[in-house]
Design a protein around this ligand. Structure first.
Ligand SMILES: Cc1cc2nc3c(=O)[nH]c(=O)nc-3n(C[C@H](O)[C@H](O)[C@H](O)COP(=O)(O)OP(=O)(O)OC[C@H]3O[C@@H](n4cnc5c(N)ncnc54)[C@H](O)[C@@H]3O)c2cc1C
Length: 466
């Protein structure tokens, strides 16, 4: 189906990007054989680190001519296997394309290369009183290119939306080596099909993004964080529903169940407040006016208390705020600490269906006798469902988990939801895509893929098989 990378091709790649940017050692191949998805590993034949858009174009020209698969890679923090080179070939790393080219304070836009680390951009624009609100827990390792490919969300989505809402312009390279420029420093654009937005969330299957123009907003001056412990799911869900209904829009509305809190305590080697509660609800509010922020957090406190919150913690200064979020930010590592093998799902439902979703997941956990721990962004209806392997034997794990996952996905779809809220389909969920999207839509996506990439060399085997 694909050709192998020969020594002649390696020679040409070295001519394009320079000898030191073509990696061939077993250690390098191992490092680039996986992302953060558990249990997925495939070795590339070669890793190529590009510095410019033109270099990407030249790599594509040769890969397209020689029928070599190319897998784009940013920070490698993906959770659906998107950067895993399942057919070998070339892994194209944007690690060295890491320059913030411009912070345009007249237009409130940033121009960046694809390999810029998201947290670095956030910190840099803050120096100018500006805000790039995309805030995944991986922000210090993931890249803008990876965020665009995955339409990445994170803790601030409930108020500020996802990466989709901030991309105003893109420069990208098509699999045939052509460079395209879409959009610009434009707040709006009604010119032709929204090709630029088609690339956002395309999981690196249609083109490689080399540069992006991103919208910035003014940095809110004030911030407050609150933690409410609850003793049962229904009370917490009722509080969430009423917060949303109250027309206060928190910057973050996140939760963790007791199992997650306990795992964080083991991982962080410290006690987490309210560790006996069944659920922790974390709320963040921001704004420019101290008084109105106080009104909002008092109102949220009342809602939580009326719905059975056991207590409340308020963090108004940065160190206390960071401490309050420490457990939530480390929860994934904490779960990996207590169970190195986890099946992680990322379902999303309408926000008023959260109780039904979590109750249903609980039933599925009992049906298959599988330990399932949940955390996530209830303000977005997005739950990270974690099935822990711990001491379950391999045979039962491989037999039972796919059935439990299918049940979780069917439940999600029956509640009006989707099988991924932010981590994408990649390899991990492609067998379940037809549960969430009908045949006509999947066929349309395949036709789009064939139009962009007739030889199917760019990130093949992701989202669907052609
Ligand atoms: C601890 C942890 C916490 C996380 N928290 C969140 C969260 O809160 N919210 C959230 O949404 N996600 C989260 N993620 C998932 C992940 O960080 C995001 O999907 C992120 O956007 C991936 O970026 P990356 O640079 O690491 O991409 P990679 O993993 O390198 O690649 C991801 C996909 O993007 C493609 N790609 C990469 N660069 C480009 C490019 N320049 N052009 C085209 N395609 C490209 C790859 O081929 C692949 O398909 C988390 C992951 C971890 C490990």
């Amino acid at each position: 189906m694909y050709n192998k990378v020969t020594s002649r091709i390696i020679h040409t790649l070295k001519e394009i990007v320079g000898e030191t940017n073509v990696l061939l050692s077993e250690t390098d191949k191992d490092a680039f054989s996986h992302d953060e998805t558990t249990g997925l590993k495939h070795y590339p034949e070669v890793i190529v680190k590009t510095h410019t858009t033109e270099e990407i174009a030249k790599v594509f020209s040769i890969a397209n001519k020689e029928k070599i698969p190319v897998t784009p890679r940013g920070g490698g923090t993906g959770l659906s296997g998107g950067a895993v080179p399942i057919y070998g070939g070339i892994v194209l790393s944007t690690q060295n394309m890491n320059k913030i080219l411009e912070i345009d304070r007249d237009n409130l836009m940033a121009v960046v290369e694809a390999g810029v680390i998201t947290g670095e951009l956030r910190r840099e624009v803050e120096k100018y009183g500006l805000f790039y609100p995309i805030n995944p827990a991986s922000l210090d390792s993931c890249t803008i290119g990876g965020n665009i490919a995955e339409a990445t969300a994170g803790a601030n989505t409930v108020k500020y939306g996802t990466t989709r809402d901030y991309v105003c312009g893109l420069e990208a390279v098509l699999p045939n080596g052509e460079i395209i420029k879409m959009g610009g420093k434009l707040v709006k654009n009604a010119t032709g099909y929204g090709l630029m937005h088609l690339l956002v969330g395309s999981e690196g299957t249609l083109a490689i993004v080399s540069k992006a123009i991103l919208r910035l907003i003014p940095l809110p001056k004030e911030k407050v964080n609150l933690l409410f412990p609850f003793n049962d799911l229904i009370s917490c869900s009722n509080a969430i529903r009423q917060i949303i209904k109250s027309k206060i829009t928190p910057t973050a509305l996140d939760f963790m169940d007791k199992g997650c809190v306990k795992a964080c305590e083991q991982f962080l080697k410290r006690e987490v407040p309210f560790n006996q509660a069944e659920i922790h609800l974390l709320v963040e509010l921001d704004g420019n006016n101290r008084e109105s922020l106080e009104e909002e957090y008092i109102k949220i406190g009342e809602i939580c208390s009326e719905n059975g919150a056991l207590d409340a913690l308020i963090a108004e200064d940065r160190p206390t705020q960071e401490r309050l979020w420490e457990a939530r930010k480390n929860v994934r590592e904490a779960l990996m600490f207590i169970s190195p093998i986890i099946d992680e799902e990322d379902v999303v439902v309408p926000r008023d269906e959260l109780t039904h979703l979590l109750e249903g997941i609980n039933k599925i956990s009992k049906k298959y006798s599988l330990p399932i721990l949940n955390y996530g962004h209830p303000g977005d209806g997005n739950v990270h469902v974690n099935i822990l392997k711990r001491d379950i034997d391999d045979k039962r794990w491989t037999e039972v988990v796919p059935k439990a996952v299918e049940d979780i996905f069917k439940l999600t779809v029956s509640l009006g939801g989707m099988i991924s809220g932010e981590h994408g389909i990649g390899i991990a969920k492609k067998n379940y895509l037809s549960l969430a999207m009908d045949k006509t839509q999947i066929e349309l996506m395949k036709k789009i893929k064939r139009t962009f990439d007739p030889n199917n060399i760019l990130n093949p085997g992701k989202i669907f098989d052609l």
